[in-house]
Design a protein around this ligand. Structure first.
Ligand SMILES: *[C@@H]1O[C@H](CO)[C@@H](O)[C@H](O)[C@H]1NC(C)=O
Ligand SMILES: *[C@@H]1O[C@H](CO)[C@@H](O)[C@H](O)[C@H]1NC(C)=O
Ligand SMILES: *[C@@H]1O[C@H](CO)[C@@H](O)[C@H](O)[C@H]1NC(C)=O
Ligand SMILES: *[C@@H]1O[C@H](CO)[C@@H](O)[C@H](O)[C@H]1NC(C)=O
Length: 377
């Protein structure tokens, strides 16, 4: 028995030693893996710090590709395309996208613009827009919706065909990217009577807001505008602009004069955002400067419209005066909005002559007449 036991022991001892060896080899392999991965992670740490040293941190930020979507809401063509062309030419192409809503069927190609930036950028599903009509909002919603399809778009700027930039792209990019807030002119005006009681209870009167149509939204607010299916139908039904009295139309025009007067595009976005409880996420001012004609008294006549800048009035001094504005006062609310830096990045309404003056004054970047596409016409 003991001999057998010993034999077994010897046999098992003989058997165990290769097992131990295998175990040791396994340990060695494991050790090597640990050491190698340690060295590797150190290498990675070192290399990432040298990336930082090389300023490639910026590259990593770029991989998020935070883009600004420029949304042009236009009647047909873009008369100021040459100015915007120079603006975009001086920009990093990874940092912006362009969308245009024009009348259905209008195509931006070599026959309608000399700027390649606008080729194939118009929405295919555009609608016929009546100025001051709910279709204007519909067009806005379509622009936001199209731009939201690109996940890289973080900021959405709505612009008209007479809007101009007051700074170069990099300045505007930095300004917008450093604000977590949307820029939405939004105020309560107790003196106007555009709120139609028939909108209640879908739109409560205390959420009714007024403000400039020209807005800049962060993504989550753009989603409110694009995907809202509650406020828009109410606007469509109860917020209509009263047409001007047209005696040639006889009674029809007189009847129209009794209709409630509401200007949808001055109310839709600020009211929608107030209803969603987003008001404290807004800088409650517009980034687009308009000069209102002080000599007209009543707002609801055609005379109340922004002054158009011409070549003569788009002087360096006048533009600098706009850039120097650092606060906005809202009379109806006795509220002053202070801007950290300039209040306005864009301005309207500008003629082609006025825009040419901005261009030659280098407002949107260095001006080189030899590379201006218009010179090649
Ligand atoms: C853009 O404009 C700012 C201020 O107006 C200026 O400091 C900067 O050098 C300009 N950048 C480029 C790339 O032109
Ligand atoms: C137009 O108004 C006149 C007088 O107010 C009235 O007699 C006439 O029937 C109206 N016409 C229409 C088409 O409503
Ligand atoms: C302001 O409006 C008045 C009256 O409508 C007009 O005569 C004047 O030309 C306008 N001023 C400007 C600068 O557009
Ligand atoms: C407006 O607000 C200021 C304080 O912010 C106050 O001193 C002033 O009396 C107010 N004016 C009116 C007209 O309410």
């Amino acid at each position: 028995m003991t001999a057998k036991k010993r034999f077994v022991n010897v046999a098992s001892r003989r058997h165990i030693s290769p097992l131990v060896l295998k175990f040791l080899i396994l340990l060695l392999i494991l050790f090597c893996i640990v050491v190698f991965s340690g060295v590797f992670s150190q290498f990675r740490l070192q290399s990432s710090s040298s990336f930082t040293d090389l300023g490639l941190d910026e590259l990593r930020l770029d991989s998020y590709r935070m883009k600004i979507a420029f949304l042009f809401l236009v009647r047909d063509n873009l008369p100021l395309d040459f100015l915007w062309h120079n603006f975009f030419k001086n920009a990093d192409p990874e940092k912006f996208t362009i969308y245009v809503h024009s009348k259905p069927g209008f195509v931006f190609d070599a026959s309608t613009t000399k700027s390649v930036f606008f080729y194939n950028r118009q929405l295919k599903n555009s609608v016929e827009v009546g100025w001051g009509k709910p279709t204007m909002i519909q067009a806005e919603k379509l622009l936001f919706k199209a731009a939201l399809d690109d996940p890289d778009n973080h900021i959405f700027v709505l612009l008209s065909d007479s809007c101009v930039p007051l700074y170069n792209f990099s300045y505007i990019y930095t300004y917008l990217m450093s604000s977590p807030r949307s820029f939405v002119d939004s105020f309560i005006d107790a003196t106007e009577e555009r709120y139609n009681p028939e909108m209640s209870p879908d739109i409560p009167e205390e959420k009714w807001r007024k403000g400039s149509q020209w807005i800049t939204l962060v993504r989550r607010h753009a989603e409110v505008v694009a995907y809202d299916h509650v406020v828009f139908p109410v606007f469509n039904k109860h917020c209509k602009r009263r047409p001007l009295l047209d005696l040639s139309k006889g009674n029809e025009s007189l009847i129209e004069q009794q209709q409630h007067n509401c200007i949808p595009d001055e109310h839709y976005v600020p009211t929608s955002l107030a209803m969603q409880g987003f008001e404290d996420e807004l800088a409650r001012r517009t980034l687009t400067y308009s000069l209102w004609n002080q000599s007209t008294e009543t707002m609801d006549t055609q005379a109340w419209h922004p002054v158009t800048f011409s070549y003569a009035t788009a002087s360096q001094k006048n533009i600098q005066d706009i850039k120097d504005i650092d606060h906005v006062y809202f009379k109806s609310e006795n509220r002053t909005e202070w801007c950290s830096g300039p209040c306005y990045l864009f301005a309207r309404k500008f003629t082609r002559g006025a825009s040419m003056r901005l261009l030659t004054n280098g407002v949107v970047g260095p001006y080189d007449p030899n590379t201006l596409f218009l010179d090649r016409i």
